[in-house]
Ligand binder design. Sequence first.
Ligand SMILES: C[S@@+](CC[C@H](N)C(=O)[O-])C[C@H]1O[C@@H](n2cnc3c(N)ncnc32)[C@H](O)[C@@H]1O
Length: 431
Amino acid sequence: MWRDLVCELEGDLAPIIKRFADLFGIEPYREIQVFDCRLMNLNRIQSSIINVTSQENDIPEYLIDQVLEGDCLERLREIPDNSIDFVFTDPPYNLGKKYLGYSDNLEIKEYFKWCDHWIAETARILKPGRTCAILNIPLWAVRHFLFIKTVLEFQNWIVWDALAFPVRFIMPAHYTILCFSKGEPRELPGLTGTAGTFYLTSAPKTFDALKPLADNYCLRLACLNKRKEGNINDHTTLTDLWTDIHRLKHNSRRVDHPCQLPPHLMYRIISIFTKPDEVVLDCFNGAGTTTLAANQLRRKYIGIEALDKYCLIARERHAEIIAGLDPFRKEERTLTAKNSPVPRMLKQKYEISKKTLQLEVKRIANQLGHLPSRDEVIKYGEYSIEYYDKYFVSWGEVCAAARTTGMTENRFSDNQLQEMIQLSLLPEPES
Ligand SMILES: C[S@@+](CC[C@H](N)C(=O)[O-])C[C@H]1O[C@@H](n2cnc3c(N)ncnc32)[C@H](O)[C@@H]1O
């Protein structure tokens, strides 16, 4: 998520290009080639919508407000065409997650064949004008997009900045929520921005699902409450970039499932796309975040989940709502299911500290009057360039300390440099 770059997409892309150069500017990537595809006049191909009738069907009573155990493809067959108001789903990502009882590790072609199958089923059961929202990692979302647009109509590509763990050089920080409607999307207060606040009997009352928190405001409940007491407006306009909802990090908020979504994500998405009493379906219901949030928001729900252990957890939590408890409350729990199997970066041992290297670059920058290039650090620096290559993820990081002086990359001309060398501001280059 690059939110610090100001760049007009129709105009000069230099800030973005510069960021890429910084990121990949260390050996062996010494050259960056930029292809400006805007000159190619690419147009989005219209979706080929299949047969949307205006007919709506009822759902058999036995399926309403239930968490159904079983394979989603099997159980979805029980749902009539054109009968569901909103599908949200968070499928297995095929990344080797440790679910109980099955492998999250299919051959990739098989995985997408399977996904296309259940996506087509969710399109079938949606009522006309209603929305199907699918959460996934961006890489898979690109592939899903290609299939979904053959059966539904594109509505929104929502980016959820879920604040990931520091596991790679460029941290994977966001998920995609693809929203497609069956034919023309219907008008909803949440979509037109006219929905009022809503009241949850058993969930945090300070969270207004439709009005995101403005940048730089703290998300902690105590801080939210304090601002509320002080009548401070900390909200901003809802866009397709969601940065104010964190993943569930603390075990006290999690139950025994490896990848539960935060309830606030579901409060927001359900209140945007549905009205009270409508039916929300999740065919990978896990520990029940979708159906529980729907239940709390006075929607009807159908959850489908393959594993009985997770069905049981979800059902118990629905029973808590009936008993007047918040199923997402904080509680001491001993969990066996761990989040995130992604290996972390190994701890690095430094012969020269990164701070020393950065200060050295600052010194060179002060001499040169600009942020030094790699060649300039080789030429004027005291330490071997190998340290910089080994310890830093980008040239931007190498220059971080020098930047604090307000120094830019603007270079002096050769003549100016010569002048500075003659004035002994710079060391004589080695011959
Ligand atoms: C990413 S998790 C969903 C987590 C859920 N959003 C939550 O917050 O608890 C995916 C879930 O899909 C279930 N699942 C996997 N294959 C399935 C299938 N064929 N039919 C139904 N559920 C399946 C897994 O057991 C897992 O609980």
